[in-house]
Design a protein around this ligand. Structure first.
Ligand code: CA2
Length: 148
């Protein structure tokens, strides 16, 4: 049984730790990747960690995940609020999908409260900072254990 999890990050998340630390904190995306790798290794998961500013690349990665992955953790960035195409790609992916937002999107502008991805996600984490990625990976590991 696959223990491979795709951790996908959308537009502008490459700027993490470099701008707007009051909203997104001081950790860089490289820090997030390192923390995810540590949690994944301890939980017996393998991860593929990606960031792209291009919607089509995220869709291609979701398609790639369909072949091999046991789950997806995705922070689609602003595409959360706009992308029916990412929703459609996730709808074609059967294993669990967890949506992560570093900030509490419900405490911000009204347009951030709507997520196309939440129509597919099995769970949503928002406002837990970059720790949200780690929590989503732990949940996936638990679900995979239960599956045997
Ligand atoms: O809170 C989140 O994780 C978001 O997905 C981040 C997106 C935003 O559009 C969503 O509404 C909520 C923005 C990602 C941009 O990240 C930056 C990080 C540092 C500096 C500038 C942008």
């Amino acid at each position: 049984m696959s223990r491979l999890v795709y951790v996908l990050n959308g537009p502008n998340l490459n700027l993490l730790g470099k701008r707007q630390p009051q909203i997104y904190g001081h950790e860089t995306l490289a820090d997030v990747e390192a923390a995810c790798r540590e949690v994944a290794a301890a939980a017996g998961l393998e991860i593929r960690f990606h960031q792209s500013n291009a919607e089509f690349q995220i869709i291609d990665l979701i398609h790639e995940a369909r072949e091999t992955a046991a789950g997806i953790v995705i922070n689609p960035g602003a595409l959360t609020h706009t992308s029916v195409a990412i929703l459609d790609a996730l709808n074609a992916f059967e294993p669990p999908v967890f949506e992560v937002h570093i900030s509490n999107v419900h405490k911000r502008e009204a347009f951030r409260r709507h997520s196309y991805v939440s129509l597919r996600a099995d769970g949503v984490i928002a406002g837990f900072g970059t720790q949200g990625y780690e929590l989503a990976l732990l949940r996936l590991a638990r679900l995979l254990e239960a599956d045997g």
